[in-house]
Ligand binder design. Structure first.
Ligand SMILES: NC(=O)c1ccc[n+]([C@@H]2O[C@H](COP(=O)([O-])OP(=O)(O)OC[C@H]3O[C@@H](n4cnc5c(N)ncnc54)[C@H](OP(=O)(O)O)[C@@H]3O)[C@@H](O)[C@H]2O)c1
Length: 304
């Protein structure tokens, strides 16, 4: 049975991806900091990037590794300590994987690592979508993504195929951004953040999981690919489309000014207010077909 190891596979993407892999006949081993009982074809193994501990038998058993581990970027306010956790959890976990791959006899065919569209800066006035060859932006997320991608790069020097998916804003009912967008709508409030004109490069949870599987199965894939849907939308478009799906006409629009977001979120507000239009052309050119290319299709599935 083809075995896929997923680091951080207990999270939003990892849980759905594990189910999809199992339904396609793969065996999944999740590397987690917390042990758990096996569940059918999904089992768990221990590691801890902070202490450098890892169950090397997982590396020996794996055909593919999907690297998702990392402290939640939007979970807590960006204090100096939290920023360090966000970077360390990614860089130290990559380094531990690389060390285990070097020191353990293995037959790993490919490592597929997460990265994020935080790599890119704000849209330029010319509004050309960002492509994979664009340089990282010089802010906290840009430099975090750069360190993250560099930390996993030694995998290539080991002769193992390496794919990095610069993931957009994942839309899922189980957590992440959509849950936050839905909260005020429960009270009939459609909150437009800042000008509302900032572009959001989103992706449906099923499509990002299918993209990880596509990267496993397509040996021609190598290097960086953007993990976003082909039709980004503005914050206002997303909020109003969601409001109509959830409440029909039963909502009022409430603008939340940028300064209020800055007070509430601190430095993280920059990300909420930033416009980032990212191209999906490179992944589409590998033959990847989106199930949910438009926001309407995604919300029709998510807001049943
Ligand atoms: N969801 C999105 O919208 C989105 C967008 C762009 C990029 N991404 C990236 O894609 C990856 C997966 O996303 P996700 O939404 O599934 O993330 P998630 O739900 O936050 O799960 C990530 C997993 O990483 C592990 N983890 C957390 N803190 C850690 C630490 N300090 N050290 C080592 N491991 C730690 C946890 O697993 P254990 O507790 O089991 O160890 C957790 O379940 C993340 O790296 C994320 O940054 C996600």
């Amino acid at each position: 049975m083809t075995t896929v190891c997923i680091t951080g596979g207990t999270g939003l993407i990892g849980q759905k991806l594990s189910q999809m892999l199992v339904s396609k006949g793969y065996r999944v081993i999740i590397l987690s900091r917390n042990s758990k009982a096996a569940n059918g074809a999904i089992s768990y193994a221990a590691w801890n990037p902070d202490t450098g501990a890892i169950d090397n038998s997982v590396i020996t058993a794996s055909d593919y590794i999907i690297h998702l581990a990392g402290a939640g970027v939007a979970e807590k306010r960006w204090t100096k300590k939290r920023k360090q956790e966000i970077v360390n959890s990614r860089v130290l976990s990559s380094a531990l994987l690389v060390k285990a791959l070097k020191e353990t006899t293995n037959h790993v065919k490919a490592v597929i690592s997460s990265s994020a569209i935080g790599w890119y800066g704000p849209d330029a006035a010319t509004a050309k979508p960002f492509v994979e060859t664009d340089a990282p932006f010089d802010d906290f997320l840009g430099t975090t993504c750069l360190q993250w991608e560099q930390s996993i790069e030694p995998v290539s020097a080991l002769g193992i195929r390496l794919v990095k998916l610069r993931t957009g804003i994942v839309l899922s009912n189980e957590g992440g951004a959509l849950k936050e967008f839905k909260k005020p709508l429960k009270f009939g409030l459609a909150t437009i953040l800042g000008s509302g004109k900032q572009m959001i490069s989103w992706i449906h949870i099923d499509d990002i999981c299918r993209m990880y599987m596509h990267a496993i199965e397509n040996e021609i894939m190598n290097g960086v690919y953007n993990g976003v849907a082909p039709k980004p939308v503005s914050n206002k478009e997303l909020t109003l489309a969601l409001a109509k799906k959830m409440r029909g006409n039963g909502f009022i629009t409430v603008p939340v000014p940028a300064f209020a977001l800055k007070i509430a979120l601190g430095e993280m507000s920059i990300e909420v207010l930033k416009s980032t239009t990212v191209s999906a052309s490179k992944i589409q050119n590998t033959g990847f077909q989106f199930l949910y290319p438009s926001l309407d299709a995604a919300l029709n599935e998510l807001i049943a």
